[in-house]
Design a protein around this ligand. Structure first.
Ligand SMILES: [Zn+2]
Length: 328
């Protein structure tokens, strides 16, 4: 009877014993009893096992929660990357699609073999710069001059035929009564005439640029800002902001309407790269299609003109003789 009571007491204390929270005296009592009682020993093992099981369960649960938390972190990170990626792709594709669309429209405008391009720039130094191009069936004429007050600075009028090979280009200095003829060994393209008149239209030169063109096209959306406006002309146009220059581009035709801050002319000191004059300008563009006549592109007779010839191949040969290729 007495022993049974001790068993009950010890068994009550066993939980605290396992948790190691008994005072020294009780602990001694329990340990002494355990050495003598098989039943209580079994009970102790049972309690210990239960406790271990419980701890194991708890640990598993904590591990599980940690795992979920880690998974959630990775998930949020991937979502953030995905969302940023989508935002970036939409930003890029939006601009790329506009540039692509505009380029296609420019090409559509110039499918024919008859067009007139006019660029008039109002320069910072109060001069006006004119650049006019007539093109019909391969033949072209380009007239450029700068006008300041009464003074007109005439640049040579250029005549040529893009369909000839070799291609002959005539620079006519009307005031000097001189003609300089240059021979190009390759056949030219209509696009060269277009792009020579406006850097923006050079978008139409994709065959010419090949891979470089593609890189240029792919890179452009990164640095150009594109918006729309309808100021002053009463219809919507795109505003292409290149930082140092801005261009208004007609939405329907893809052709430039105005450009701002473009450099109309840069001269250099001697053969250096030090600019002598640099003009900011506001340029206006005009286009006409199917209005150019044969007379517009007809070369004059050059009677009484001094004639000089410049052969690209001859000049190349001369330079090669003068500066032999060091790699050979
Ligand atoms: Zn016992």
């Amino acid at each position: 009877m007495e022993k049974k009571t001790e068993c009950e007491i010890v068994q009550d204390l066993l939980f605290s014993y396992v948790d190691d929270v008994l005072n020294t005296e009780s602990k001694k009592l329990v340990e002494k009893h355990l050495t003598e009682c098989q039943k209580c020993q079994e009970k102790l093992i049972e309690i210990q096992n239960e406790k271990n099981q419980q701890e194991q369960n708890q640990k598993t649960q904590i591990d599980y929660l940690k795992k979920i938390r880690r998974k959630n972190k990775i998930k949020s990170f991937l979502w953030a990357i995905l969302i940023l990626g989508i935002l970036f792709a939409s930003w890029y594709l939006y601009k790329f699609s506009i540039i692509y669309k505009i380029t296609r429209k420019v090409e559509e405008q110039f499918v024919g073999e008859n067009f007139y391009i006019e660029e008039i720039s109002n320069c910072e130094d109060d001069s006006l710069f004119y650049n006019k191009t007539w093109y019909k069936d391969g033949k072209f004429k380009v007239v450029s001059y700068r006008q300041k007050e009464e003074e007109i600075m005439q640049m040579p009028t250029r005549y040529g035929n893009m369909r000839e090979n070799p291609r002959e280009l005539y620079f006519v200095y009307e005031n000097l009564k001189e003609v300089r003829k240059e021979i190009f060994i390759d056949e030219g393209k209509k696009e060269d005439v277009i792009s020579a008149n406006s850097t923006f239209l050079s978008n139409a030169r994709k065959e010419e640029f090949g891979k470089y063109y593609m890189l240029m096209k792919l890179g452009e959306p990164f640095y150009v800002k594109i918006s729309t406006d309808h100021k002053n002309i009463g219809r919507l146009y795109y505003v292409f902001d290149f930082g140092e220059s801005k261009k208004w581009v007609d939405m329907n035709t893809g052709l430039p309407i105005m450009s701002f801050g473009a450099t109309s002319s840069t001269e250099y000191y001697g053969t250096t790269k030090i600019p002598k004059s640099h003009f900011e300008s506001i340029s206006e563009y005009h286009y006409e299609f199917e209005t150019v006549t044969d007379e517009d592109v007809q070369m004059p007779s050059f009677e009484g003109y001094k004639f000089t010839e410049y052969d690209q191949q001859e000049e190349l040969n001369r330079l090669l003789e003068q500066y032999p290729n060091p790699n050979k």
